[in-house]
Design a protein around this ligand. Sequence first.
Ligand code: PEP
Length: 249
Amino acid sequence: MRRILVAGNWKMHGSGAMVQVLLEGLLARAGGGEVDVAVFPPYPYLAQTRSLLRGSSISWGAQNLNPVAQGAHTGEVSAGMLLDFGCRYVLVGHSERRTLYAESDQDVADRFQAALEAGLEPVLCVGETLEERESGDTEAVVERQLEAVLSQSGIEGFARAIVAYEPVWAIGTGKTATPEQAQDVHAFIRNKFASQDDIIAGQLRILYGGSVNGSNAADLFTREDIDGGLVGGASLKVEDFLAICEAVA
Ligand code: PEP
């Protein structure tokens, strides 16, 4: 049985004071129940996150990594550095990285592989733009994004990874995919993996991301192939994030 995971991607938001309030609020009421909880703060807050969450049931991760272990890469952070801060997860291929920072499918595949090799669990984000959906290319786009990673890391790579389906048109827009639209793509993703390995596909967590909130979470996360959510905006306020966790508990 796959457990629901509610993961908060804080993007480039926050301050030391906000992290304190948010994590103390989550610690008081989230985690340890039927729902797994994780947070993805910006790099500078990983140390604070570790010291507040260590020993709790709430996990944490980073929003990106550089695939190189170390070297002359000013401004970059490697997988080994993330491990030093107790990260369990790392996001790879978030649509903002793909579009604003021109990360290609190959860049994303390299990051995924580097995360696995270091012992981190990558959360691979995939999803189509509105234009791609409207031209009927959703499955082709998702397939291409998955294939880039599968051809490098193999199906075995997904035994210790998560996939997040995040339609770009639903991220931060207030437009959520309907549960049916999301379920269709999640089933497509799971079937793609199942054609290579039934067991890995059956155990793989596939999260939905795109304007998830306390009102739509239960309807999304009770669909057969939706195993939780990657939550942006609604993860920045304790009450909003807890509403999502509690809606599905
Ligand atoms: C995200 O940042 O991954 C995301 C899904 O954001 P939002 O929930 O704000 O749409």
